[in-house]
Design a protein around this ligand. Structure first.
Ligand code: KDG
Ligand code: MG
Length: 403
């Protein structure tokens, strides 16, 4: 078999997506997601200008060799742009291999390990009461795991909270919008939020919270400790995790489980966190961490240390990523949970798919491949629109802070 053509499709059906489609001489096609929120065109160019010329004529069955060729062959290793581009190729190749075998992708990975994939949904509100209502709405919709984020009194705009009444989409402007931040206000507010949420939902529902990289290790330790009475499933991204050692300090002070990894793109970013058992969940995705081939290496390393998966699944990961992720989740032995932030109907219509959500669980389909395609004609009706993620500034003096 040979790769005969490859196309990068950039579209914006409500938000930007970058998709790679591979064609072969046997009529089989494969699709991969390459969306890097706020930096989409960098990956599109990397694929178009540098990767595609090297793919034409190659045997798409040699997934491992092509992965190594693109990774080692670039000389410049890792990084979100490179790894998202490699991921798109890798996902499309697994799609082709599974189609040529006539099997759903999870069968090639080793088969089914579970009947379905536990999803966590996002409950967000402008204040504690609104967030509690949203948590209860998710509970009634069947979610067994719910992430709770709320506005913080005194702060105008914070991560995770919609100010428009529509679904929260972080890349909300043609130039980065500005949020404000005050750690002391946040640290006082968050335990109050979870006290109210836990009281309302009872003991059974898993509760999650995303700190979004905004604390120092000591502040994160304080927050983790103050949330212990509410039995969180995880506290996510408590600090910027470039400094993996920092998690030792957090770990020494709290038993609140820790989840990290949505911004990681390789096994090297989480090696120490996993080997020293400094985290409980690894949140790397198919799209940003080098595809199925590399994500499997991360999950296998994590399994040695009882670290479970909790893949990133915000709307900036396309329905193609979700399809591939669900096949991965259906197989991976050390599965934890899958993030699920539903795409709009407009977004879903561009990506015909066979995965589905039902009563708090996600299910991959049984069609050969990963079960997601792109409707290129429809995609062409939604041209790219520049959109940036926000920045965060300290309320008292405007210093730039992690968003
Ligand atoms: O593009 C950035 C988003 O994917 C990120 O802010 C979402 O933190 C996020 C999450 O946990 O879903
Ligand atoms: Mg997050």
């Amino acid at each position: 078999m040979k790769i005969t053509a490859a196309r990068v499709i950039v579209c914006c059906p409500g938000r930007n997506f970058v998709t790679l489609k591979l064609e072969t001489d046997q009529g089989l096609t494969g699709v991969g997601d390459a969306t890097l929120n706020g930096r989409e065109l960098a990956v599109a160019s990397y694929l178009q200008d540098h990767v595609i010329p090297c793919l034409i004529g190659r045997d798409p069955q040699q997934i491992e060799d092509i992965w190594q060729y693109l990774y080692k062959g670039a000389y410049w290793r890792r990084g979100p742009v490179t790894m998202s581009a490699i991921a798109a190729v890798d996902t499309a190749l697994w799609d082709i291999k599974a189609k040529s075998a006539g099997l759903p992708l999870y069968q090639l990975l080793g088969g089914r390990s579970r009947t379905g994939v536990m999803a966590y949904g996002h409950a967000t509100g402008r204040d504690i009461d609104e967030t509690v209502d949203e948590v209860l709405r998710h509970q009634h919709a069947g979610y067994r795991a719910i992430r709770a984020q709320s506005g913080v009194p005194g702060l105008v705009k914070v991560y995770g909270v919609s100010t428009t009444g529509r679904m929260y989409e972080p890349a909300d402007n043609t130039l980065p919008s500005e949020h404000d931040w005050d750690t002391a206000l946040y640290l006082r507010h968050t335990p109050r939020l979870f006290e109210a949420v836990r009281l309302a939902v009872g003991d059974e529902t898993h509760l999650l919270h995303d700190v979004h990289h905004r604390l120092t290790p000591l502040e994160a330790a304080q927050l983790g400790k103050s949330l212990e009475p509410y039995g969180l499933f995880w506290m996510e991204d408590p600090t910027p995790a470039e400094n993996q050692e920092a998690f030792r300090l957090i770990r020494q002070h709290t038993t609140t489980p820790l989840a990290v990894g949505e911004v990681f793109n390789s096994i090297w970013d989480c090696k120490q966190l996993i080997e020293e058992q400094l985290i409980d969940y690894i949140r790397t995705t198919v799209t940003h961490a080098g595809g199925i081939t590399h994500l499997r290496r991360i999950a296998d390393l994590a399994a040695l240390y009882q670290v479970r998966t909790g893949s990133h699944g915000a709307t900036d990961l396309s329905p193609v990523c979700m399809g591939a992720a669900l096949h991965f989740d259906t197989w991976v032995p050390n599965f934890g949970v899958q993030e699920y932030m539903p795409h709009s109907q407009e977004m879903l219509s561009v990506f015909p798919h066979d995965w589905r959500f039902d009563n708090g669980m996600l299910y991959c389909g049984e069609t050969p491949g990963h079960g997601v395609d792109i409707d290129e004609r429809l995609a062409a009706r939604y041209p790219y629109q520049r959109a940036y993620l926000p920045v965060n500034r300290l309320r008292h003096d405007g210093s730039l802070h992690s968003w």
